[in-house]
Design a protein around this ligand. Structure first.
Ligand code: S3P
Length: 191
């Protein structure tokens, strides 16, 4: 929390499985708050000068995870503006990344598995881990306990974008300044 307050920068990290709407919700939330929107996957692609499918294909998932953790570390050390950050679906499932985000508020966008699969199977070429349904389902259940460690959970099914954003703003008191400085502790959550 020290770093957050010292820099006076606020940020929210969106967490959830592939297809949960982290980018869509993140862009809209950032627009509403007049904050910056950051897509961690795009940061990885810029850093590695390669698309995510190419990184998976040429270097494999372990190399992707190393790149992902490095990109997150760089992002956190260079945050200068209030930001909404969409993480990739696997980022919060890794202990190293959760530790990096320990003092920042995170929001788990919780959507039903069938809905996630439907969205992902429509553009499977973009998601190396979204091609095989059996693997998709296993991955989902193995990650769920980690997603649930987020500061808040927002269920998205059947909700319009504005109400999802309002819920996040309310839960993290994002409209308030300087009462909540974007840190987990300052949201009053006990986790
Ligand atoms: C991944 C999700 C992707 C991307 C990469 C790996 C995962 O991001 O980071 O393909 O492990 O679930 P999205 O959740 O934005 O699709």
């Amino acid at each position: 929390m020290g770093i957050v307050i010292a820099m006076g920068v606020r940020a929210v990290f969106l967490v959830g499985f592939m297809g949960s709407g982290k980018n869509t919700v993140g862009q809209e939330l950032a627009r509403r708050l007049a904050w910056e929107f950051v897509d961690l996957d795009a940061c990885i692609e810029r850093r590695e000068r390669q698309t995510i499918p190419d990184i998976f294909r040429e270097k494999g998932e372990p190399a992707f995870r190393v790149a992902e953790a490095s990109a997150l570390r760089d992002l956190l050390s260079s945050l200068r503006r209030n930001s909404v950050v969409a993480l990739g679906g696997g980022a919060f499932a890794h202990a190293e990344n959760r530790e990096l985000l320990r003092n920042w508020p995170s929001v788990f966008l919780d959507a039903p598995l069938d809905e996630l699969w439907l969205r992902c199977s429509q553009d499977a070429s973009q998601r190396p881990l979204g091609k095989d349904r059996k693997h998709f389902v296993e991955l989902y259940w193995s990650r769920l306990p980690f997603y649930r460690e987020s500061t808040v959970t927002v269920t998205t099914s059947g909700k319009e974008l504005p109400s999802i954003c309002s819920e996040i703003e309310g839960a993290l008191r994002l409209g308030q300044w300087p009462e909540s400085l974007g840190s987990r502790e300052s949201t009053g959550e006990s986790q």
